[in-house]
Design a protein around this ligand. Structure first.
Ligand SMILES: [Fe+2]
Length: 195
């Protein structure tokens, strides 16, 4: 099932701030992994991350037609990406084919829609919600969802994603259909932005 956390001001205790990760510290933590980190660990990293715009700048870039995936780091066990969305851009409805992951909203409003799937009934709408800057959401296995920046938002969206293991071929779905297709996220251009 999907889990959703808001970063409340009341949680900004000294203890949490002392454990906070900049983008660089988060990359270091990911590169030290010798197995796929749990979803709970990914939430903890993202909730405690205090990433500023300057650190994120090398991974900020938008394109027309589709959201843009910028890879920050990737190894056998985990990967981190920054996704940049113009209003109206969204993912296909998909699951992560065995990976779990967390998403932190840096700027803008993220809309997430979740679905259930039954081989007889096909894909059915479950719920929708929006996430503001600082919020962390994510997907466990076998959650099905769609993420996007609604066209009525009137602003760009920037989100930080951590997946374990790194995403490979995803399953995609269509409303009212029992057909499942395969989908490989296009991040070839993001390699240009990798450190
Ligand atoms: Fe996803």
């Amino acid at each position: 099932m999907s889990i959703h956390f808001e970063t409340a001001d009341s949680l900004q205790t000294n203890e949490i701030k002392n454990n906070s990760h900049s983008l660089g510290r988060l990359v270091e933590a990911l590169e030290l992994q010798s197995s796929a980190p749990s979803l709970e660990q990914i939430y903890e990293w993202l909730e405690n991350a205090e990433i500023d715009a300057e650190e994120l700048q090398p991974y900020i870039g938008f394109k027309e037609g589709n959201y843009w995936r910028h890879r920050v780091c990737r190894n056998e066990f985990v990967e981190m990406l920054v996704l940049c969305w113009r209003p109206g851009q969204r993912t296909p409805i998909h699951d992560h084919n065995g990976s779990h992951g967390g998403v932190k909203v840096f700027q803008g409003v993220l809309w997430e829609t979740t679905f259930s799937f039954d081989e007889v009934k096909g894909l059915e709408y479950k719920a929708a919600r929006d996430c503001s800057p600082g919020a962390v959401t994510g997907s466990d296995v076998p959650d099905i969802h769609q993420l996007g920046n609604p066209d009525v938002s009137g602003q760009d969206l920037v989100t930080i994603h951590v997946y374990a293991p790194p995403l490979g071929v995803l399953h995609t779905y269509k409303p009212g259909s029992a057909k499942v297709d395969l989908y490989v996220p296009d991040d070839t251009e993001s390699l240009l932005n990798s450190p």
